[in-house]
Design a protein around this ligand. Sequence first.
Ligand code: C2E
Ligand code: CA
Ligand code: CA
Ligand code: CA
Length: 274
Amino acid sequence: SVQKDAIALLQLETDLRLAIGALINTPSTISEFIVYYQPIVSLSTGKITGFEALVRWQHPRRGIVYPGDFIPVAEETGLIAHLDWWVMGEACRQVRAWQKQFSSNNPLTIGINLSSRQFDQSDMVERIDEIIRDTGLESSSLKLEITETCLLENAEKAIAHFEQLKALGIKLAIDDFGTGYSSLDRLHRLPIDILKIDRSFVNSRSDETDKWEIVRTIIMLARNLGLDVVAEGVETADQLFQLKQLQCDYGQGYFFSKPVDAMAAEALLVSQFQ
Ligand code: C2E
Ligand code: CA
Ligand code: CA
Ligand code: CA
């Protein structure tokens, strides 16, 4: 019933407030949130070049809650920014540790999702700079992901923040590319480094030629603008084959690995580097 739904939502919101509040007040204690890591793979070498950080909520009664079920609530209540800062700190610290453990000419990168609430914070860039300095992560290893929609909603603020982030050496990615309405003109004016093609195009059968045509066009656009391309949602060998044909740079998806916890992600690195 509508009433039951309303009560359930209120309960979720209350639990979320408590869980996020615990991050702010007692950051050293064990949190209900866990950062999962999904590999991003170079399609030319087949090697993991970095990860995207994806948050999970280990709810004491419900079990694992996925971002789709609590990020919208966290956004509405304004709690999201606290959670996002925690995720960024946690993921940067972890990846810095892996960089030391698995040293390579191309240090591992970490992709972090930004929410539009973070753009409302005038000290956003300072906070990111602080996390980089605290964790010792090279700024070029950090890739901030922002959706087209979030960009459009925050155009002025985004451009100002992005220029400062760029000056720090941080990389910027447009997430879910193809689902919004970024004009070419806008793309050209933004200091963007990476396009992540939305999985609704990538995760297609080979006979869905219209979708592959979109993928091909995005890859060409990226090449002309000098941007790297990541194909999201690669699930099959056939999709990988198509992407290689189109000379896509990177892939991410269940075909390579689902998002996994830090221990499992480390095991993937161990087998790659041995
Ligand atoms: P996203 O940034 O587009 O992240 C990719 C989503 O696609 C993840 O869902 C991932 O598990 C899923 N995915 C990856 N490979 C495949 C595949 O091959 N097939 C399919 N069907 N799905 C795949 P997840 O982890 O449930 O996250 C959903 C969304 O929640 C993310 O979409 C992102 O927008 C948001 N999100 C996740 N973590 C955070 C966070 O820490 N902060 C913020 N602000 N948003 C987050
Ligand atoms: Ca993302
Ligand atoms: Ca995405
Ligand atoms: Ca998404």
